[in-house]
Ligand binder design. Structure first.
Ligand SMILES: Nc1ncnc2c1ncn2[C@@H]1O[C@H](COP(=O)(O)OP(=O)(O)OP(=O)(O)O)[C@@H](O)[C@H]1O
Ligand SMILES: Cc1ncc(COP(=O)(O)O)c(N)n1
Length: 276
């Protein structure tokens, strides 16, 4: 049977991040993608030129239209923009007793534009996060959610623990923002006590627009197909690695990644480092 996933996120007119990245990823991983838009952005590789949020009720209508008709087996959230939208998403997902929820807590675009209002961080943490099968913050997002500064590897683990305590079943702390390192290393931790690092060679490129969206969408696709979370994050790491490596070099700024690359890619599971 065809697996169906739903992404609740913003539109990126430049096609590199947001809903567009999510749907491309779902497609490449063999999952039928559906979507509920939270905001339209006028955006390209050079930055965000406008943000036009939808009303919370318009977001709710889209989620209901999908959930009433499709056998959705995984839901992903990306840019949610406001506390009102977050509360409506929470209410609607609870109503449908929605399946596994993958949260990418999108806050700030690479160019610096705000994609989540400051006052919405609390709603994200207190109301949405407890529903998460997994949450995938980068370091700045994790700092805001966990309420602490992250400077060392121990800080990363501590912040992950705080997010598990706040109610997520699992967390991946993405290390993409930690510059000047040889590896792009992410830490996986689950409430059930699993802990490992996903490590890949760091690719030196400016074309990393939408990497976070793509990574979490790839997790969502595998979960939608019934894979266990540990396997889903490994596949997602492979997917994003090759998508960055085979970059398309489009646009004048931070270009998008290459979603076709995974097709011809022979699985080369990234290094998994088990931790105590
Ligand atoms: N230069 C790179 N080389 C290899 N892997 C990378 C690189 N940059 C990011 N990654 C990987 O891509 C995934 C997404 O991480 P990243 O930290 O870029 O997310 P993000 O900051 O949320 O992205 P975005 O800014 O698009 O929202 C992680 O697995 C990370 O390790
Ligand atoms: C609609 C939307 N969602 C998410 C991102 C984050 O991606 P990035 O940090 O790579 O700009 C974005 N730029 N636009």
């Amino acid at each position: 049977m065809t697996s169906v996933a739903l992404t609740i996120a913003g539109s990126d007119s430049g096609g590199g991040a947001g809903i567009q990245a999510d749907l491309k990823t779902f497609q490449e991983l063999g999952v039928f993608g559906t979507s509920a838009l939270t905001a339209v952005t006028a955006q390209n590789t050079l930055g965000v030129h406008g943000v036009y949020p939808l009303n919370a009720s318009e977001v709710e209508k889209q989620i209901c239209a999908v959930m009433d008709d499709f056998p959705v087996t995984a839901v992903k959230t990306g840019m949610l923009f406001s506390a009102e939208i977050i509360r409506e998403v929470v209410r609607t997902l609870k109503y449908y007793q929605a399946p596994a929820l993958i949260i990418d807590p999108v806050m700030i675009a690479k160019g610096g534009a705000s994609l989540l209002q400051n006052e919405a961080v609390k709603a994200l943490k207190e109301e949405l996060l407890p529903l998460a099968a997994i949450i995938t913050p980068n370091i700045p997002e994790a700092e805001l959610l966990a309420g602490m500064k992250i400077e060392t590897a121990m800080d990363i683990e501590k912040a992950a623990e705080l997010l598990l305590e706040a109610g997520a079943d699992a967390v991946v702390m993405k290390g993409g923002h930690l510059d000047n390192q040889e590896f792009a290393e992410d830490l996986f931790m689950s409430a059930s006590g699993k802990k490992f690092k996903l490590r890949s060679e760091r690719i030196h490129t400016k074309d990393t627009h939408g990497t976070g969206c793509t990574f979490s969408a790839a997790i969502t696709a595998s979960v939608a197909k019934g894979k266990r979370m540990e396997e889903a994050v490994r596949i997602a790491k492979d997917y994003i690695h090759v998508a960055i490596k085979e970059g398309l070099h489009l646009g004048k700024g931070h270009g998008p990644t290459n979603h076709w690359a995974y097709r011809s890619y022979k699985a080369e599971i990234k290094e998994v480092v088990l931790l105590d």
